[in-house]
Design a binder for this molecule. Structure first.
Ligand SMILES: Nc1ncnc2c1ncn2[C@@H]1O[C@H](COP(=O)(O)OP(=O)(O)O)[C@@H](O)[C@H]1O
Ligand SMILES: [Mg+2]
Length: 358
């Protein structure tokens, strides 16, 4: 049960800056996800919190106590990795008991704690099996049980699900979220997968090149991305973006794109006539249908998934993705019109990508 603070934490390797002045506050019992592409500094950050690596400068504090002189084994943190390193010749029981035996926990306590951890992960009936007699999901649960058995102050996860198939990944997502609710402990979870981040996190920290791009709840990041990077990293399929020139006339505003396509804006949109802007609209905020301000397009690909249909369309020089509820009878090659949900449009400054606000 610990709050974690990173205060201007920097980690340099000879010629690389892996982490560049990170300021972050993780509250007690919070489920925080560090999200970003490969190489953005997620693992480095996690390792510094665990004490397996040290900041080049800056401080890490647990409940306001500086950690620089506290070695990893004294921080009482549980780490869960992608590769599940269970001892193959030990039973599930002995795998879970191992950290307790190593720390010299009295024998009388070990049995009760192993059974409690196994119960927590619903693997009570598997205690006598060896790892090779378990499914991938069961092995993952044993690893989580072994992490939980020491009653750590925080759990750190480094892409624990990325080696699993899609179905198991979805199951384990739910499992980890339930574990967080049951344990009522601080979880810091690293992933490059925005769906994992969106579905599990209380708070997401979006990182790029060793820096924090934005911190927010999943829906804050989705609805109000601070910049183009966050806008395109969060949400699947990605937000459509086109670059053009902002135009205003009387009460109307739009973005004019090379080739003459006009993407409509609400009159309240920020920016001045003639300004270069990046126009962003999510696939789900487009619909088929005419109207005065609709955008002409031609269907390229139709991808039905049952509940939804994804369309790839050509609008002027841009290829645009549309996600519609339900089904459609439009065909590749067909001319259509796109209606834009005006209050869901995003505008970005092409220099630097910051979100423009009214
Ligand atoms: N031991 C190391 N020596 C030199 N560079 C490293 C070392 N560890 C990580 N890096 C570099 O630091 C950056 C961040 O790495 P990492 O934290 O592993 O990223 P992520 O986990 O987000 O994929 C990368 O550019 C990586 O190459
Ligand atoms: Mg990593």
């Amino acid at each position: 049960m610990t709050g974690v603070v990173l205060d201007k934490v920097v980690r340099r390797y000879r010629d690389t800056v892996a982490v560049e002045s990170l300021d972050l506050e993780i509250r007690d019992k919070e489920f925080v996800v560090l999200l970003g592409p490969s190489g953005c500094g997620k693992t480095t950050t996690l390792n510094m919190i665990a004490g397996m690596d040290s900041p080049s400068s800056g401080h890490i504090l647990f409940d306001n106590k500086p950690m620089e002189t506290v070695p990893p084994e004294k921080r009482n943190i549980a780490m869960v990795f992608q590769s599940i390193a269970l001892y193959p010749h030990k039973t599930v029981y002995e795998n879970i008991a191992f950290p307790l035996r190593m720390s010299g926990t009295p024998k009388a306590q070990i049995d009760a704690r192993v059974r409690a951890a196994a119960g927590l992960m619903r693997i009570g009936e598997l205690l006598n099996r060896k790892p090779h007699e378990l499914s991938g999901g069961q092995r993952q649960r044993v690893a989580l049980g072994r992490a939980a058995v020491r009653d750590p102050v925080a759990f750190l996860f480094d892409e624990p699900l990325s080696a699993l198939d899609a179905k198991l990944r979805t199951e384990m997502r739910v499992e980890i979220k339930k574990l967080h609710e049951r344990l009522n402990s601080t979880f810091i979870y690293v992933t490059h997968d925005q769906v994992e981040a969106m579905t599990m996190a209380d708070k997401i920290v979006v990182m790029q090149d060793g820096r924090i791009e934005q911190i927010g709840t999943p829906l804050e990041l989705y609805d109000r991305p601070a910049n183009l990077f966050v806008a395109q990293f969060i949400g699947s399929p990605s937000m459509n973006v086109v670059t053009g020139t902002l135009r205003r006339q009387a009460d109307a505003a739009w973005v004019e794109v090379e080739g003459g396509t006009r993407w409509p804006l609400p009159a309240s949109a920020p920016g001045a006539d003639g300004q270069a802007v990046v126009y962003g609209v999510r696939p789900g905020d487009l619909a088929l249908g005419g109207g005065e301000r609709s955008v002409p397009a031609e269907v390229i690909v139709v991808e039905p998934t049952g509940a939804e249909t994804e369309l790839l369309v050509q609008a002027g020089a841009a290829q645009i993705v549309v996600v519609m509820h339900g089904r459609t009878d439009v065909q590749p090659g067909q001319a259509i019109s796109l209606t834009v949900a005006l209050d869901s449009v995003h505008l970005f400054d092409p220099a630097g990508g910051a979100t423009m606000r009214a």
